[in-house]
Design a protein around this ligand. Sequence first.
Ligand code: UDP
Length: 323
Amino acid sequence: MSDELKKVLVTGGAGFIGSHLCERMLADGHRVVAMDNLVTGDLRNIEHLLPEERFSFVHQDVTEFIHVSGRLDYILHFASPASPIDYLELPIQTLKVGALGTHKVLGLARAKKARFLLASTSEVYGDPLEHPQQENYWGNVNPVGPRGCYDEAKRFAEACAMAYHRHHGVETRIVRIFNTYGPRMRLNDGRVLPAFMSQALRGEDLTVFGDGSQTRSFCYVDDLVEGITRLLYSDEVEPTNVGNPAEMTIRQFGEAILKITGSNSKFIEKPLPVDDPKVRQPDITKARRVLDGWEPKVPLDEGLVTTMEYFRSRIQEEVTAAQ
Ligand code: UDP
């Protein structure tokens, strides 16, 4: 029996961004296989998808040989620890999934004649000396610092994708993802949104690293998923930034969270982590051009409210479980 539906493999499918992509791929009418070793992913992110006939989950580490039966049309490679705390705790796994895992998944893409999309990162720009960051900036990365395992693995992964494209003709796409937030972020992943949101909701002080003058630009996950999906369906091979260019200091971000949550929490300063980028802001001129006018639509206040509701219910669950 022939099956007209396209089949998509999402590695890291039980993660924050991966699970949102699974939903989007199902909504677009495809079959979806989510693969995850659940080191930082969580089955709760996809349990609502399990009853769907077009969805399946495979518990596997993508650095091991990957077998997927039948056709495969798209592979979205989103498996990786993705917060600075995770890289500190899982440096070898971070290197392995970015390097060996990407190699394995590209081999699978080649064998299946599938299109491959790599989740790369603004971290390839390191602590950038050019601002905002355009795709043609090669970056300022410390290979031997604590972030080196993530940054260099992702840089290797980009090189690997381009080599498979040039040498084997694999259809590859590379998205450079900037700071993204939304429901299903892990409460304790150490990133600034989960930290500030949990602290504000629990009435604890907000831990600002350094003086909080460093900048980031935060994109709501739905906007990111729309950009990634457009890139997947496009014919753009070179890396493309996808993120929200609305730049702010970490202190301003904390103030926005205090306002949304109505919290009276104060800021306390903690030491700035090693190699913490001083500025980060995507230049999305290219994304607008190649992704059919794509740009972020969700205002910060709106995205933060939805995210707060998710964090509230997760914190409530923890409280109930502890009783
Ligand atoms: N940060 C902070 N307090 C926290 C967690 C993070 O001030 O509790 C800062 C961190 O030093 C960085 C920014 O927030 O400058 C964003 O950190 P995150 O870990 O979210 O990701 P990054 O953008 O550094 O990869």
